[in-house]
Design a binder for this molecule. Structure first.
Ligand SMILES: CC(C)(COP(=O)(O)OP(=O)(O)OC[C@H]1O[C@@H](n2cnc3c(N)ncnc32)[C@H](O)[C@@H]1OP(=O)(O)O)[C@@H](O)C(=O)NCCC(=O)NCCS
Length: 175
């Protein structure tokens, strides 16, 4: 398997990602997108062979947060693997790569749109965030996140700081 980090998503890769998400997450109703509402900054893709089709990806959104007056950088991420390629370690490899890219961030934050990724994330040390998560929609209105949020703390103290403020405020959009 080949793992590739892409900062630019051209039209053909975009099409592949949209099609892959439609196969892996048919219930997500992403309306032609491969992410929820924030265009990712980076996508890590897996291919079976050089130049072959994308068989899985993990996207990353970098976000600067203010938590109780302190600045923190976090990485938001989501994953999908083509159903015919699942249970072969592809999401594990993609997650390992994204955690390496996020080195230097205070935390990596995910939302469970389905429960399928829970055990994968728990294996990597992600734990439930026990305070509400809020973001702002395109009109600037506050939206309370309903999907379970899991977090892997990379900078000790980040989760305590979030819990002390009573909620995690993501700013514009989720991922
Ligand atoms: C969740 C998802 C990304 C997992 O992808 P994956 O490539 O199958 O994940 P992995 O193979 O790395 O690991 C999945 C399981 O397969 C097992 N596995 C890994 N390699 C294996 C192999 N060679 N043979 C058998 N099992 C294997 C892992 O141990 C793991 O088991 P666990 O979850 O009980 O710990 C995939 O199911 C998916 O795309 N689901 C739909 C999209 C989705 O739900 N995304 C998350 C939204 S929040």
């Amino acid at each position: 398997m080949l793992i590739e980090v892409c900062a630019d998503v051209d039209a053909s890769l975009e099409q592949e990602l949209v099609a892959l998400v439609a196969r892996a997450l048919p219930q997500a109703h992403l309306q032609g997108r491969w992410y929820w509402d924030s265009r990712p900054d980076v996508v890590v893709v897996a291919r079976a062979v050089l130049g072959g089709a994308v068989i899985g990806f993990r996207m990353v959104v970098w976000r600067d947060l203010d938590v109780g007056g302190q600045p923190y950088a976090i990485a938001g991420t989501g994953v999908a693997v083509d159903p015919v390629w699942q249970r072969q370690g592809i999401a594990t490899a993609l997650t390992t790569k994204v955690l390496a890219l996020a080195d230097g961030c205070a935390a990596v934050v995910v939302f469970l749109g389905t429960d399928e990724a829970r055990s994968l994330l728990e294996r990597f040390g992600f734990v439930p965030l026990l305070v509400p998560v809020v973001s702002l929609d395109a009109r600037g209105s506050e939206v309370k996140e309903t999907a379970p949020c899991l977090v892997k703390e990379l900078q000790p103290g980040f989760v305590d700081a979030v819990v002390a403020t009573g909620s995690l405020c993501l700013g514009r959009g989720t991922w």
